[in-house]
Every structure is written in structure tokens, then in C-alpha cells.
Design a protein around this ligand. Structure first.
Ligand code: BV8
Length: 259
């Protein structure tokens, strides 16, 4: 099922599930969407578990994406992030990202929470995206804990803060670090208020992000999952659409037209 697949090309059983999901969205006042690495896979950005090839093959993400790893060997961690930044800069939003931007024009209110640090939702036209785990293309000053510019004198091999000369780090949330207060509050509020929750392209393993769907489930609102592979959430999702986001989301929008 390639990108931009239309609903008629989707197997009958899936079309029934798509119709059910479209009916829930058509009746929704507020849709909360959580996305993960899977929605950017079709843009050529490896999912989190797949992002560890080459130099980083023998590491688990939870090992590299930590303050401890950075303090131990900032140059090595920066190499990993520079490699991922290049992938992000070369990537283009795909049909899945564009469909979510379009969905926001079709239903009264969409709150889009992403675990992705690639900024592709914004480049697809989504606004007010909650960057739950930060953004890989921004630098943060380790000492001042603020988003900072890079100093021009590139003497050392590590990026330095233009205002205090301190070490810079990527402006992302590392394992063991708290989610930024505003992002946490806004995401919790949306999961606590939405009347449909949609989980797209995430393995639902990383917390507290994975807890957002649980909040929606505990309120009895329908949770739609889009993922070609089963996850911890699949048995609770209704419906679970087993396919790639780049196919399922455009087909869902098309079904919404039929409503
Ligand atoms: C914290 C930024 C505490 C950095 C990231 C409760 C239980 C267990 C563990 C914990 C818990 N609470 C906290 C923890 C610890 C930890 C955690 O959850 N560990 C996991 C591994 C068990 N959580 C934390 O450390 C969090 N902080 O808890 O702080 C605290 C408390 C008080 C005081 C101080 C601190 C912080 C977590 C955030 C870490 N940062 N990213 C960076 O990017 O470098 S997480 C990172 O990994 C991503 O952002 C993302 O969130 C996660 C990867 O998950 P996914 O996005 O789902 O990607 P994945 O590769 O797993 O799966 C891809 C899916 O896509 C698959 O299902 C696949 O089938 C699907 N797919 C593939 N192709 C497609 C597709 N789907 C659709 N279409 C396709 N085409």
C-alpha cells in the first residue's frame, strides 16, 4: 500500500475499520493525536529503534539519548545527533504528515502531540504542534538551560553557546529528563478533554507519552491506532488500523469526505 493510497484500494475489512474511524472523527469536537517515529519512516527517517546503525549499532537509544552519555563523551553523542540532523534536513513531510495538517481543517479542534524531534509536522502545515520531546534542530545551552545561538569561533570541536561560551546540547528531552512543563500540561489537558484520541506510528513504549492514550482510554473515549505492527495499545484500540500512516491517513480523510 503506497503513499496516497485511496480508500478504494484498501482491503474490504480495513475499509470497514476506516469507515468506523471516519465516523468517530466526523462526530468529534476535539481530536487529540499522538505521533511517533513511524509517521516519519516514509520520509526516510529511521524509526527510533532503527536509528542505530553503523557507529551506533551496539547502543540502545536509551543509552545514547541521556545526559550521562553526553557528559561521558559529548563529541560521540554530538556525532549521532549531527548524523540524525542531516537526515532531518534532507527529509520532506509525507502524505501522512500532510493528512494530519488537513484533518485540522476538517474537524473543529485537533491537538497534535508529537514525540518526534524532526519538525516535519510543522513543515507539512500543522500549527501549534506540541513538541513533547523537543526539536533536534535547536541547540540548548547546557549551563543556562535555554535555547541558544552557536558561537561563531569554531575553535573547539564541540558547539559552544554564543552568550556564555558554555557547551551546547540538542534541545531534546533525554531519557531520565522531565518533559517540558508547558508541553506536558497541554498534552495532558488535550488527552483529558478530547472525544477521540488517535495514536499514529508509535510503539507506545516510552512514558509519559504512552500514558496519554491511557488517559483517553480511562475516560472511555475511542482510541484509534494506526500502525502496521501490533503494539501494547493495539488490543485497546478501536479501531486499530494495521497499515502505514502514509496510506491510512489520506484514506481516512477521503472517507471523512463521504460522511
Ligand atoms: C522521564 C528525544 C522521569 C531524544 C526521546 C514508566 C514505565 C517504564 C519506563 C519509564 C516509565 N516512566 C519513565 C520511564 C523511563 C523512560 C521510558 O519510557 N523508557 C522506555 C524505553 C521504557 N522515560 C523517560 O526517561 C522520560 N523521562 O520519565 O523522566 C523523571 C521524573 C521525575 C524527574 C526527572 C525525570 C523521557 C522520555 C523521552 C526520551 N526522549 N526522544 C531523541 O530523539 O534523541 S524518546 C524517543 O523514543 C522518541 O522521541 C520516541 O518517543 C521514542 C521512540 O518511540 P516511537 O516514536 O514509538 O518509535 P519506535 O521506533 O519505538 O516505534 C516506531 C513505531 O512506528 C513502531 O511501532 C512501528 O511499527 C511503527 N511504524 C513503522 N513504520 C510505520 C509505522 N507506523 C505508521 N506508519 C509507518 N509507515
Amino acid at each position: 500500500m503506497g503513499a496516497g493510497t485511496v480508500a478504494s484500494e484498501i482491503r474490504a475489512p480495513d475499509r470497514l475499520l476506516l469507515r468506523k474511524a471516519a465516523a468517530a472523527l466526523a462526530a468529534a469536537r476535539h481530536v487529540c493525536v499522538l505521533t511517533g517515529a513511524g509517521i516519519s519512516a516514509e520520509s526516510g527517517i529511521p524509526t527510533f529503534r532503527d536509528a542505530l546503525t553503523g557507529l551506533w549499532a551496539n547502543f540502545r537509544p536509551e543509552e545514547l539519548a541521556t545526559l550521562e552519555a553526553f557528559e561521558r563523551d559529548p563529541a560521540f553523542v554530538w556525532k549521532w545527533y549531527e548524523w540524525r540532523r542531516d537526515l532531518v534536513r534532507q527529509a520532506l513531510p509525507n502524505a501522512g504528515h500532510r493528512a494530519l495538517a488537513e484533518l485540522a481543517r476538517r474537524v473543529p479542534r485537533v491537538t497534535l502531540v508529537t514525540q518526534n524531534v524532526d519538525g516535519l509536522h510543522q513543515r507539512a502545515g500543522s500549527v501549534d504542534v506540541i513538541e513533547y520531546h523537543g526539536n533536534i534542530l535547536r541547540d540548548r545551552c547546557l549551563a543556562e538551560q535555554i535555547v541558544a545561538e552557536r558561537s561563531r569561533d569554531v575553535g573547539g570541536d564541540l558547539p559552544r553557546c554564543a552568550s556564555c561560551g558554555g557547551l551546547l546540547r540538542p534541545d531534546v528531552v533525554w531519557f531520565g529528563e522531565m518533559i517540558p512543563g508547558d508541553a506536558m500540561r497541554m498534552a495532558d489537558a488535550a488527552a483529558g478533554d478530547c472525544d477521540v484520541f488517535m495514536s499514529v506510528g508509535t510503539s507506545s513504549l516510552v512514558y509519559p507519552a504512552a500514558g496519554l492514550a491511557e488517559t483517553a482510554l480511562s475516560r472511555g473515549v475511542p482510541v484509534i491506532e494506526i500502525n502496521p505492527n501490533p503494539t501494547e495499545l493495539t488490543r485497546h484500540a478501536d479501531p486499530a488500523l494495521a497499515g502505514p500512516a502514509g496510506a491510512m491517513l489520506p484514506a481516512l480523510l477521503e472517507m471523512l469526505d463521504w460522511k
